[in-house]
Design a binder for this molecule. Structure first.
Ligand code: TXA
Ligand code: MG
Length: 345
C-alpha cells in the first residue's frame, strides 16, 4: 500500500481539503495516522469491525489488547458508551486532554475494538489536528499508538512512518507531540477510580474530582498484572528498543561509578546535568534530573535513537517511584523488560 505523508497546520484554511480527504479515508474503512498531544495515533472507524481489524494487522498487535476510541467532544461518547455523571465531572476538568476513561460499552462497538471486553476506553484529545480530523470524519476514531506492537510509541510523524509506512493510507504530520507519553487511563469504581496507566495527569489531580484513586499494582510492577490484568495493554513487553536496556538503581555518583566499571562497550541514557560524566561513552540526554515533563517528552525518542548506538547494552538510571515520575517509571521498566541492577558497590 502506498502511504501518503502530508504536513498539516492545525487551523489553516488550506488544510480543510486534507482533513476532508483524511476523514473520507476513515469513513471508507482506511487507516490514518495523526498527531495527538501525547503520542501519534493509528486511527480507524471505531464502529467498523473490518477497519478495526486493519489496525491490529498493521501494528502486529495481539487481538485481546483493546483500543481507545477518540471523540471530538466528550458527549459524543454517548453514541457508543454509558456516560456516567462522574465521567462528565472528569470531562469538565480534564477534557479535551490526556485522559482516557473506561466506560461500559454499548452494543454498537464491535468486540474487535474492545478485545472482547464489555467496556470501552474513551478519550477526547486536545491536539487541534486530532480534533479537526475526528470532527471532519464525523465518526468515533479507534486509535492505538502508531508504532509496531512492542516498540516505543511515536512522538513524531517520522517515528510513525519508520514503523508504519506502507501499512497505512495516510500520515498527517503535525510536528512533535508535546507530552510524549500516552494518556492516563482510569477505570471508574463505586467510590473513585483505578489508575491503570499513568500519564501526564497525576493521581492527586484525579483525586480533586473523584474520592479515591487506587493505583493498580501493575503500574509499578508489570509482573503483578497476572493472568487477567485490568488493562490488557500493560501485560506485554513494551516500548522496547531492539538493544538491551538495563536500569540501574543508584544515586548519580553510584551510577557514574557503575558505568565506569563496565569493561565492554555500552551506551548510557543520562540526565542533562550528568552528561559530561559519560564523555567517553555513547550517551543520550534524558532531560534535566528534576524535570519529569522534559523526561516524558524525550523518553520514547531517546529509546528509538538509542538503537543506532551499535552497543550490546544500554544503561539508564531507574526513575523515582513518586507521583511525578510514575509515567516514566511505568514506561521505562517495561522497555527494560524489568531488568534492574543495584548500582551500589
Ligand atoms: O495517549 C494515548 O492514549 C494514545 C493516543 C493515540 O491517544 N493511545 C494509546 O493507545 O496509547 P494504546 O492502544 O497504545 O494504549 C491503550 C491502552 C492499553 O494499555 C489498553 O490495554 C488500554 O488502554 N485499554 C483500552 N481499552 C480498555 C478497556 N476497555 N479496559 C481496560 N484497558 C483498556
Ligand atoms: Mg501503545
Amino acid at each position: 500500500m502506498k502511504t501518503e505523508i502530508v504536513t498539516v497546520a492545525p487551523a489553516g484554511d488550506a488544510d480543510k481539503v486534507i482533513f476532508q480527504r483524511a476523514g473520507e479515508i476513515l469513513r471508507a474503512g482506511g487507516l490514518v495516522v495523526f498527531p495527538t498531544e501525547t503520542v501519534y495515533g493509528l486511527g480507524a472507524n471505531a464502529l467498523d469491525p473490518a477497519a478495526a481489524e486493519k489496525i491490529f494487522a498493521a501494528k502486529g498487535r495481539p487481538g485481546d489488547n483493546p483500543l481507545i476510541v477518540h471523540v471530538a467532544d466528550p458527549k459524543d461518547a454517548e453514541a457508543f458508551a454509558v456516560a456516567t455523571p462522574v465521567y462528565y465531572q472528569l470531562a469538565e476538568r480534564f477534557m479535551p486532554g490526556p485522559l482516557t476513561v473506561i466506560l461500559d460499552k454499548k452494543p454498537v462497538v464491535p468486540s474487535t475494538v474492545t478485545g472482547g471486553l464489555d467496556t470501552v476506553a474513551v478519550r477526547c484529545p486536545a491536539h487541534p489536528v486530532a480534533r479537526a480530523l475526528i470532527r471532519t470524519a464525523g465518526i468515533p476514531v479507534a486509535a492505538p499508538s502508531a508504532n509496531l506492537s512492542g516498540s516505543p510509541s511515536p512522538t513524531s510523524a517520522a517515528h510513525a512512518a519508520a514503523d508504519l509506512c506502507g501499512r497505512v493510507d495516510m500520515i498527517l504530520d503535525g510536528g512533535e507531540c508535546a507530552i510524549g507519553v500516552e494518556s492516563t487511563v482510569i477505570r471508574l469504581t463505586e467510590d473513585g477510580c483505578v489508575l491503570l496507566r499513568p500519564g501526564e495527569i497525576l493521581p492527586r489531580e484525579l483525586a480533586s474530582v473523584v474520592k479515591h484513586v487506587h493505583v493498580s499494582p501493575a503500574v509499578l510492577d508489570p509482573g503483578a498484572a497476572g493472568e487477567h490484568p485490568a488493562s490488557p495493554g500493560m501485560k506485554y513487553r513494551h516500548y522496547a528498543p531492539r538493544t538491551k536496556l538495563v536500569l540501574v538503581d543508584a544515586t548519580s555518583d553510584e551510577f557514574a561509578a557503575f558505568v565506569k566499571g563496565q569493561q565492554g562497550a555500552c551506551g548510557v541514557l543520562a540526565y542533562t546535568e550528568d552528561l559530561d560524566r559519560f564523555a567517553d561513552r555513547q550517551v543520550m540526554d534524558l532531560g534535566a534530573r528534576e524535570d519529569p515533563a522534559a523526561q516524558m517528552h524525550n523518553l520514547f525518542r531517546v529509546l528509538r535513537e538509542a538503537d543506532h548506538m551499535q552497543v550490546p547494552v544500554i544503561y539508564a538510571p531507574l526513575p523515582p517511584k513518586t507521583d511525578e515520575y510514575l509515567a516514566l517509571y511505568n514506561r521505562i521498566i517495561r522497555a527494560a523488560g524489568c531488568e534492574v541492577l543495584k548500582g551500589r558497590s
